[in-house]
Design a protein around this ligand. Sequence first.
Ligand code: ADP
Ligand code: MG
Length: 508
Amino acid sequence: MSETLTQQVSTFEQMQEGRPTGPLVRGYEVIIGFETHAQLSTASKIFSRASTAFGAEPNTQACAVDLALPGTLPVMNKGAVERAIKLGLALGSTIAPRSVFARKNYFYPDLPKGYQISQFEIPVVQGGTVSFFLGEEQKSVRLVRAHLEEDAGKSLHEDFIGQSGIDLNRAGTPLLEIVTEPDMRSTAEAVAYARELHKIVTWIGICDGNMQEGSFRCDANVSVRKPGHKLGTRREIKNLNSFKFMQQAIDYEIRWQIEEIEDGRAIQQATVLFDPDTGETRAMRTKEDAADYRYFPDPDLPPLVIAQDWIDRVKAQMPELPRAMAERYVTTHGLSAYDAAQLTQSTAIATYFDAAASTSGAPKLAANWVLGEVAALANRLEVGIDDVAIPVPTALGTLIRRISDGTISHSGAKTAFQEMCIRIEEQFDDLAAFIDGIIETKNLKQMNDTGALDTIIGEVLAKNEKNIAEYRAGKDKAFNALVGQVMKASAGKANPAQVNALLKAKLG
Ligand code: ADP
Ligand code: MG
């Protein structure tokens, strides 16, 4: 093992000191670290001008550089570097002023050069953290690094009988490999981390996030230990390309490792694959060490130098980040940190909320509606919040206005919202007229006439002397019962807040 790696392993060990113990599984603590390959959304490859578009005929997007023809030289794609800088800025990392491309040597048919260009000793992005909610609990996972590298080609085993084909379209596609400390303590935390990272890379637009096409794939390093013991030996589950498989694979791996240890066998460091058909992980190869790759700086590429003004220029183009946006929702709208985090799960949700909140003039109510009724509808329909089947946010905002100004109650608004969904394809010029029309035809108006309410309250009080006595004796339940009676007598049309106030006044 090389000097740097030995150091890194002992650092991992030291870095875990003082971290809280996670939930135990059959008496074992679970330790997880992630390596994620995010495919960068550049139009051309990292060291050549060939296209990175997905799905082309094999080898139609592999140029002389990708084919490793003699005499060709790599030229670095600035767009890829810029995307790495964006990630570093988003996660509070250090952007290395000078980083180095290295050759990672190994033989594989889909790697015509015989080496992969990557970064080893000095990566472009160093440190940083990914913070997210696990349920209501705030977690943060520290990054070790993120480095630029090229993808390899693909072997095609299924298209031919008795032989394999090689497709080099993917060779040279830019990747950012994002490596965490072994900071995660459960499957749920690991999946929440992956979701958060996925959100960030798509939010800042450096990766399209398409997991089926392999644009975002995760390797999960998993080990178990008795609490207080030193880190156990890890096995690395490769290429998890769906959150569901990720969860199944890690759960299976944890159980398998504990079984092995309980049966008296030691865990061997290994690379494993998850088979979705059986739900099991299977050893692919024993793990190589860095020394096996004979890393050395690539003499064809100069060191990557990033001056501060380049970083500043990139910073100026960055969108507001989800975390900053969430903080703004907390301070300016008075939302809870949890709700703010939910509303910044994607740009689509945040954009929807912004529009609904500003139309409604009642951001807190708008937040409740977006996270409640609207999210439930999107879930039910299995569509995104920006789908045409979801009422436009300005319509929701207008509806919320009618709650705020007392025209309708919450339950009335729910009925109106359902009606809006049914009439989703209707064209309307005037939103307020459309909503008011629904309120009118569905007869949802609250009773805001105090005279009429007074009469109803008088009738209810006359019939409920027992409740009045109980209320006067200090029973809150009796008061609620009276409110209920009035609501019932008004066929649900009375404004509950008004009923409360009037009743209190009358009962003195
Ligand atoms: P390599 O590049 O050879 O896979 P690294 O030492 O860079 O190995 O570590 C890879 C990943 O494994 C990192 O995400 C790290 O957090 C994680 N890791 C290291 N040790 C452990 C361990 N004992 N249990 C779980 N994960 C670990
Ligand atoms: Mg690895």
